[in-house]
Design a protein. Structure first.
Length: 348
């Protein structure tokens, strides 16, 4: 019995000694060996970066708001930085109007809101947007119900979904504003469809778009886009922020609320023919259904593109010259639809 106990004790002591030797080996020898690399979250593939200009999964319908761009009203423009797309097209008298497209925003002041022109309806349709305006041309008034466009008109809803900014010292027609809270109330009250039935117009990517490798691309640090003898837009690339600062007639275009200069990540510019609709020259016809050429500009470069719009409601498709559809940088986009007889100057 004593022998058995002695054997057990010897075995226990031996096990302890072996464990100690193993620990000592690890401490004195293994510590100099590099540790085996462990799989961590940092070394595993990560998900695609998130698109921030819009939520690609959002089904909410956008709002397309007509914006006054005559000289006397320009200092009072508000809320345009929140739009993810802005269109600018010539109207009568050498002036332009803009249509700002908003999605899932809470912008507190948008304006000044101005009247409709019928060709802007084509771009509200391609975005499946609720169309917001204050008044209309004769043709637009006729086309809106014909085309089945959900619209909110300041003429009908002043004091309800629109308001006058009494602090603006300008003629009454330049003082009309709205905001996203009021517009959301309007679509509910008017029982308009609130989910979109179309994909986003543009293909957004969170990766940096490098146009320098596109055939025919050129450096684009300064871009001048003329609309008439009395209106010229200019963009200057800010390499530090990666956006284009916007000027109108060589003056910074500044938001009346934030006092910040408007800036854009992407510019799409192309030219279409336009002509007078009637003898008075008050209305314009533009040849925007069909196809043509232009430029896509982002990150300091401009690449030649083609555009195609098959019908008033069809979405405009933008491709490089090889037919590949463009991806645009994650950021807001200014679509400049320019008259054919005006200058487009892109320089370093």
């Amino acid at each position: 019995m004593k022998k058995m106990k002695t054997k057990i004790i010897i075995l226990i002591v031996g096990a302890v000694l072996m464990a100690g030797l193993g620990t000592s080996y690890f401490i004195f020898f293994a510590k100099d060996k590099p540790a085996k690399k462990q799989a961590t979250k940092e070394t595993l593939p990560t998900a695609d970066p998130k698109i921030t200009i819009v939520d690609p999964n959002s089904k909410s319908r956008p709002f397309a708001v007509m914006i006054n761009n005559i000289g006397v009203a320009r200092p009072f423009q508000s809320g345009l930085q929140d739009a993810y797309i802005i269109y600018e097209i010539i109207v009568e008298g050498g002036i332009t109007r803009m249509m700002a497209v908003f999605k899932d925003q809470d912008t507190a002041a948008i304006g000044s809101v101005r009247s409709s022109r019928h060709y802007f309806l084509d771009y509200a349709l391609e975005n499946d947007a609720v169309y917001v305006h204050w008044g209309w041309s004769t043709v637009a008034q006729s086309d809106i119900p014909k085309l089945g466009i959900n619209n909110i008109n300041g003429l009908a809803y002043e004091g309800i979904y629109f308001y006058r900014n009494k602090e603006i010292n300008a003629p009454l027609e330049h003082t009309g504003f709205t905001n996203m809270e009021l517009l959301n109330k309007a679509v509910t009250k008017l029982n308009y469809r609130q989910e979109t039935n179309k994909d986003l117009l543009l293909n957004y990517t969170a990766e940096k778009v490098d146009l320098s490798k596109i055939e025919g691309a050129k450096v684009a640090n300064n871009v001048t886009i003329d609309y008439s003898n009395s209106l010229s837009n200019k963009y200057v690339y800010d390499s530090a922020t990666g956006v284009y600062m916007r000027y109108v007639n060589n003056k910074p275009q500044v938001d009346n609320v934030t006092k910040e200069q408007y800036h854009f990540k992407n510019i799409i510019v192309y030219q279409v023919a336009n002509s007078d609709y009637d003898a008075s020259g008050k209305l314009q016809v533009i040849d925007n259904i069909g196809s043509g050429t232009g430029y896509y500009i982002t990150n300091g470069y401009a690449a030649p593109i083609k555009w195609q719009k098959d019908s008033r409601a069809a979405q405009t498709v933008y491709t490089y010259e090889n037919g590949q559809e463009i991806d645009v940088s994650d950021g807001n986009t200014f679509i400049q639809i320019q008259p054919t007889n005006q200058d487009l100057i892109i320089t370093e």
